[in-house]
Design a binder for this molecule. Sequence first.
Ligand code: ADP
Length: 507
Amino acid sequence: MTTLSFGSFFKRIIAGTAFNRYRQVFDRAGYAIMLIDNATNHFIKANRAASELFGYTEEEFRKMTPLDLSTETGEEPTLPGEKTEESLIRPARRKDGKIITIKVQTSILERFRISLISDVTEEYRIRRALELNEERLREAQRIGRFGWWEYRPETNRYIGSEEISRIYNDEPSNLSFTYQDNISYTHPEDRSYLITAIEDALEKKKESYSLTYRIITPNGKVKAIAVNSNVRYDENGRLLYRYGTCQDITETQKIMDDLIAARRQAEESDRLKTTFLANFSHEIRTPLNAMLGFLNILTSMDTTEKEKEEMVKLIEINSQRLLRLINDMIDMSRIESNSMEIKYTNIEINGFVNSMVSSFNHELEASGKKDLRLVPVVDKTKAAVYQYIDELRLSQIFSNLVSNAIKFTDQGEIKYGYRISRTDNRYSIVYFVTDTGQGIRPDRLDDIFLPFVQYWNEDTPKVQGAGLGLAICKRLAELMKGRIWVESLPGKGSSFLFSFNTPVMIE
Ligand code: ADP
């Protein structure tokens, strides 16, 4: 029955023309029908269904207005008839006090209005419960940062809940993307892992699998996600669909990473403490003992002048060794406490390299290695080469590396200096110290830059040093926006290279 015919049907009832004929239809209707007088706002007619619905007789209805059926629950007191021919859902109170939910559709005639009312209490309760469940589910997904998704090969599309879209696009919407889109969302370093894992799961007909990898959102945010997937196949083993959950675990991952880093740091501190005590007691005691011994000889009566000269030289060498050790310790602790100050100036590199020649030659001489040569390398084709850098710290790096090269090379040559390279109109400088010494085993290359790490050949006695030199070089390079790395072949030699990301000027 359309609303219009519903209106005209009642017009006829009120007109009384066919009342008796229609009264039966009116009474037998499966929904409540009520007529209200517009002038008095009183009910004037109510069918049997209306009486059953509200619990009032037609007599009782006649003394009532629609307001008597409303509740005091604070709901909007919309009365039937306020909105013409539009249905509205509202609570109502039955005679026995029970609150029910009714759907009211009202038509206005000239002097009357007619309401068609049905009881939607149960339907409304179920709908509300569903809505509430949906709301709770949505809220749980938002709080837990996880969503559901489904992928079907025939459409090549992923569909997912609102939260999936928030994870992938930083905003809620109904996400739908292809397998290829999914790969391009994935962090480039994790793409092959994802592709291989999915292919592997499908090939082995796995029913479920879990993956953790990174994605990049269109805003450039990198997120870590944990994906749990279930897979369904048809009887021929062909993929029907995959579905599962996806959770944003960026924060959890960060906490885990921080914890792992903290643990590593604690282990490292522990290692440093132990090695520090072992190394330093030896490193400090050895030169001090030597110096005390030489002083004793020096003061004894029967020491010749030549022997005295020799002793003074040895005392000087040992005090230098002690001083270097103490300086290294002070530098290391300054770097560790972030109080190492870097003073940038434009230094001229050719002059700088040449200025180091005499002191390095002196050191080589003192080592007594006759078959070893030191070769400074500068770019002679350039009149002047400048880099914005801390001169003192740069010379400290060179000095540590050249000392090591002398220590670990018996014959051949040690080249130290720099090379200029040019990319995209930009000059950069790579500094190096290259030797023809014993070299470093590949498995040791990673940790020689750690503090207190030292290696020496099993067949040669321990060389002096506390294992701080390379660690200081690395930290100094990093402090000057640079890095240091090593290339080495055991038995052939080592090249320590370092560069800084600071301005270079060439004349
Ligand atoms: P130290 O101050 O005791 O020399 P470093 O940190 O400078 O400590 O060096 C750590 C370790 O790296 C050394 O014990 C050695 O095994 C290795 N190493 C450093 N430089 C060289 C080199 N030029 N040739 C071979 N091994 C080297």
